[in-house]
Design a protein around this ligand. Structure first.
Ligand code: MG
Length: 366
């Protein structure tokens, strides 16, 4: 089996409303992607996601650094191809960020081809036996752009839909207002709902020690990305001060970087993301590393949960799957299926990465 073509593309997908977390407000998401064709007629799709900017840089990395170097190779050499690309033309200018996001596109497309060739869903191809439905949590009702009443209404709406786990954003300009918002949400969802908060890196260590401790009043399942995502030392210090577990990983782009957080006891919940860390291949490395240290993996939904629904079924240490159902709902051919707070097991062959032809026609900008 040989790769005959590797074509990049960029989709610019509008959202139903402008939303904001503590880092940014946005109205569009972008998918930088590749479609890889083979001489057997089977093709695979891989993608990564950005919020409104950066996709063109990733596409350029695909066109200039990666696509030309995989034509003629066998998709089954996926792990070897991953390391060849990593140590190849991109090494001097990359190694994380734009280049690992571009590598994610290639790696996911190759795994999609392998699973389609086997006529199996990716989770089964990866040796997963967890065919049961997986518990999920919803991140779409907790934006900083919602006022306190809207926040409560949207959280109530999720409970009505059957969700039992939700996440909300904090890290606004006034931590005391964050506190009031979390209090308001805990009041409306009740004591039994699993509640997480996400700072999106906005705090410094002192702010995180003070307000991370105060937010402990609300029985939080985790405190997400409290600090700068490269700062292992500060996370380790914070972790020794707080009861609430610390979650991070959506901005940790390599296996060695995850190793440093895990080995230094600076993280409790590992939020590795296939679209950021470089694809399925390094995701499996990080998940195994976390497992060796007794840590759970709850992937960040940068893939819109299309691929992670397979990954959580293929590893022994997964827990909750993050979902944002309203985003990109018309982009994928086989959109993730949700029911009563659970993700239904995907059974179609492949990695669930294929775009609808109509979506490509409508949203493609390059
Ligand atoms: Mg987050």
């Amino acid at each position: 089996m040989k790769i005959t073509k590797c074509e990049s593309m960029l989709l610019h997908v509008p959202m139903q409303r402008e939303i904001a977390d503590s880092m940014q407000a946005f109205t569009h998401i972008e998918f930088a992607a590749v479609r890889i064709e083979t001489d057997t007629g089977i093709a695979g799709t891989g993608y990564t996601l950005t919020v409104g900017a950066g996709g063109a840089s990733i596409q350029s990395a695909l066109d200039t650094l990666f696509c030309p170097h995989i034509v003629g190779r066998n998709p089954y050499d996926v792990r070897e191809i991953w390391y060849d690309l990593y140590h190849g033309k991109s090494h001097w200018v990359g190694r994380s960020g734009i280049t690992t996001m571009a590598q994610a596109c290639i790696d996911m497309a190759l795994w999609d081809i392998i699973a389609k060739t086997a006529q199996q869903p990716l989770w089964r191809m990866l040796g997963g036996g967890r065919a049961e439905d997986v518990p999920i949590y919803n991140t779409d009702a907790g934006w900083l752009s919602l006022d306190r009443t809207a926040l409560q209404d949207e959280m109530k709406g999720l409970l009505d839909e059957g969700y039992t786990a939700v996440k909300m954003k904090v890290g606004g300009p006034d931590p005391a207002e964050d506190y009031r918002r979390v209090k308001a949400v805990r009041e409306v969802v009740g004591d039994d709902v699993t509640l997480m908060v996400d700072v999106n890196q906005k705090w410094d260590l002192v702010t995180a020690q003070i307000w991370g401790h105060k937010l402990g009043d609300f029985d939080l399942t985790w405190l997400e990305e409290p600090l700068h995502p490269d700062d292992v030392t500060a996370h380790r210090k914070l972790r020794t001060k707080l009861q609430t577990p610390i979650a991070l990983g959506e901005h940790v782009y390599t296996t060695p970087a995850f190793r440093d957080f895990i080995q230094d006891e600076a993280v409790d919940i590992v939020q590795v993301d296939v679209t950021r860390v470089g694809g399925v291949t390094p995701f499996l490395e990080v998940a195994a590393l976390a497992h060796a240290y007794g840590l759970k993996v709850c992937p960040h939904a940068g893939d819109m949960s299309q691929v992670h629904q397979h990954m959580v079924r293929a590893i022994p240490n997964s827990w909750l799957l993050e979902v944002i159902p309203a985003w990109a709902d018309d982009v994928f051919r086989d959109r993730i299926q949700l029911e009563d707070g659970k993700n239904l097991t995907p059974m179609e062959p492949g990695a669930s990465t294929e775009f609808r032809e109509e979506a490509v026609a409508e949203y493609r900008v390059a």
